[in-house]
Design a protein around this ligand. Sequence first.
Ligand code: MTE
Length: 328
Amino acid sequence: MSSNYPKIPANEVTPEHIFLNRRKFMVGAGSAVGALALAACAPSLTSPAGPAGPSGDSAAVVDTGPEPVAGAATDELGDPLNTFQEITNYNNFYEFTVDKQAVARLSQDMPTSPWSVAVGGLVNNPGTYSVEDFKSMYDIEERIYRLRCVEAWSMVIPWLGFPLRQLLETVEPTAEAKYVRFETAYMPEHMPGLKSDWYEWPYVEGLRLDEAMNDLTLISTGLYGRDLLPQSGAPIRLVVPWKYGFKSIKSIVKIDLVAEQPTSLWMAAAGNEYGFYANVNPEVDHPRWSQGSERRIGETGRRPTLMFNGYEEQVAYLYEGMDLTANY
Ligand code: MTE
């Protein structure tokens, strides 16, 4: 299974001469992504009372980072990677704004270093880790995954990170632990979207313990050979490629092993539309739109959505005997 995914340490993905060959490029208004975004998905709630985000047509973000590089040009299905510009300029991060094209600009001042992640709850070895700790404890590998948003757009992203399983093995869940609960940083002074009282902040997500232990479940620290930018969930986020994108919680500060199924932010906001499982499933429509097809950012037209986002072989065993319509 894991042989489908290149496992390349970050320092091999991005050779030093490429890191040093810095360039500047302007992104933002008028890009192809920006134009497509207007035709994008419906707002996530029937009464979209998200924060009044700016229109996204103002100042561009100046990117002075190293050249984005990836270990392959396609995923294992042959689908081309989305560009770095696409991935970092069309984002969902409601703590900042509901305007996907404005997230990059509005999130630039979020402090991401130093950063610590408290891992605890029902574990034998609770601990608090910096991102540098994680990078020295675990091999950082590249995983090229499809990201399918519940809103029916998708991308192919070359993540860097390590399997969550490795961290769980470090902290040793006790026998009572059945779920993993994740929490995003709550920084009102930097996150204007937190003013919206439509959501119960902080952003919370959860996985069943066996889902969390699956080899595909990644804690990501970067993409395209670089550390994560704020809009992508810097400095550390979850990536669960067979589930709708909202499960892939950003900018994590807390991970707890718990006995009861956690209530996610989206379940609390609209539990009839966003369930705990949120497995990508073309046969179970969202109450307000079809999940049978999707729009790949950068492409015209639509493509069929794949069961479990194309990862059926690796994850179907987790849901044997479960009613996937009831457990949406
Ligand atoms: N995490 C937090 N903390 N806040 C968010 O609003 N949005 C989710 C998910 N993680 C979100 C989040 C949704 S709906 C999606 S589709 C993905 O992040 C988008 O990730 P991307 O912007 O890196 O593509």
